[in-house]
Ligand binder design. Structure first.
Ligand SMILES: Nc1nc2c(c(=O)[nH]1)N=C([C@H](O)[C@@H](O)CO)CN2
Length: 117
């Protein structure tokens, strides 16, 4: 199966369980790998036939920057649902990183894999 990917998409959001985290915005980093048959756009050379990574990135920036969750797990689940439901993707692997959240670690976060029902 082919994939379309988005790597290192940085978005600021209100996220975290601690009081101090409710008062600031933190940068989150998203990596997505989305299953898609790229032979169709390859044959037509038409953007309309692609899984358009720019359109998906724009939608995720819009959603995540307005979001307000405690856990990265919750946000990751919502973002995966948007990709599956709104863009007709069959399966998505998503890594959500929270850089600098834990002293000594470059980043912490979650990785999930979800498929359309
Ligand atoms: N599995 C998780 N562990 C933790 C989370 C989380 O969202 N998922 N969040 C925190 C705090 O918000 C942390 O990021 C602040 O440094 C701690 N553990």
């Amino acid at each position: 199966m082919d994939h379309v990917f988005i790597e290192g998409l940085e978005i600021e959001a209100l996220i975290g369980i601690y009081d101090w985290e409710r008062r600031i915005r933190q940068t989150l980093v998203f990596d997505l790998e989305m299953a898609f048959d790229n032979r169709v756009p390859a044959a037509s050379d038409a953007i309309e036939d692609t899984l358009n990574y720019k359109a998906i990135s724009k939608r995720l920036v819009e959603y995540v920057s307005q979001s307000d969750f405690g856990l990265v797990e919750t946000l990751a689940e919502r973002v995966a649902a948007i990709v599956l439901d709104e863009f007709g993707v069959r399966s998505v692997k998503l890594k959500l990183s929270k850089p600098g959240a834990v002293r000594g670690a470059r980043a912490v976060g979650v990785m999930i894999e979800r498929s359309a029902p």
